[in-house]
Unconditional design. Structure first.
Length: 163
C-alpha cells in the first residue's frame, strides 16, 4: 500500500516545484523606465488614445500642455484620472505628462486613467496587485456601434408611416 502512495507524493511534489518558479518570476518583474527615469504607457477608451509618461515629482498632472484643472474642468473627470494613484497610495508622488487625442472628454479621461495605471505598474511592478482588482489595467473594449444602411442610426429605424 505504501508503494501506491509514493508516486502520488512525487507527482504532488513535482507540481509544487513547478508552481514555485512562476511565483518567483511574477514577483521579480523588472521596472520599465527610460534614460530620464520615466515610465511610459498607452491608455485607450472608446476612440481616445492617451500617451502617458510618469516620473517622480510633486503630483502635477499635465494634459496636452495644460493643467488638468483647465483641460478636465468637471471634477468627476479629475477624480477619475486620479483613481489609480489613490488606490496605489502614490497620490502627489508622481508628475504625470499626458498627450491625449480622439473621442470626447469622458473617453479621454478613461484613456488617461488606463494609461496612468499601466505606467504605474511598469514603474513599480509591485503595484500591479493593487491596481488589477479595481480593473484599471483592463482596456474597456466598448466602442460605438457602426451605422447600418436602411436605418437612421446603428439600430434605430426610420419612422413608419402607414399613410
Amino acid at each position: 500500500m505504501s508503494e501506491t502512495h509514493a508516486p502520488e507524493t512525487r507527482g504532488l511534489e513535482a507540481l509544487q516545484a513547478l508552481a514555485t518558479p512562476t511565483a518567483v518570476a511574477q514577483s521579480a518583474r523588472e521596472p520599465k523606465r527610460d534614460a530620464q527615469g520615466r515610465a511610459y504607457a498607452t491608455g485607450k477608451r472608446k476612440n481616445a488614445i492617451a500617451r502617458v509618461w510618469i516620473k517622480p515629482g510633486k503630483g502635477k498632472i499635465t494634459v496636452n500642455g495644460r493643467d488638468q484643472t483647465v483641460y478636465f474642468a468637471r471634477p468627476v473627470l479629475r477624480m477619475m484620472i486620479a483613481q489609480p494613484l489613490e488606490v496605489a497610495g502614490r497620490l502627489g508622488e508622481f508628475d504625470v505628462d499626458v498627450t491625449v487625442t480622439g473621442s470626447g472628454l469622458s473617453g479621454q479621461a478613461g484613456a488617461v486613467r488606463h494609461g496612468i495605471a499601466k505606467a504605474l505598474s511598469d514603474y513599480e511592478p509591485a503595484l500591479r496587485a493593487a491596481l488589477k482588482p479595481h480593473g484599471f489595467l483592463t482596456r474597456d473594449a466598448r466602442v460605438v456601434e457602426r451605422k447600418k444602411y436602411g436605418r437612421a442610426k446603428a439600430r434605430r429605424s426610420f419612422q413608419f408611416s402607414k399613410r
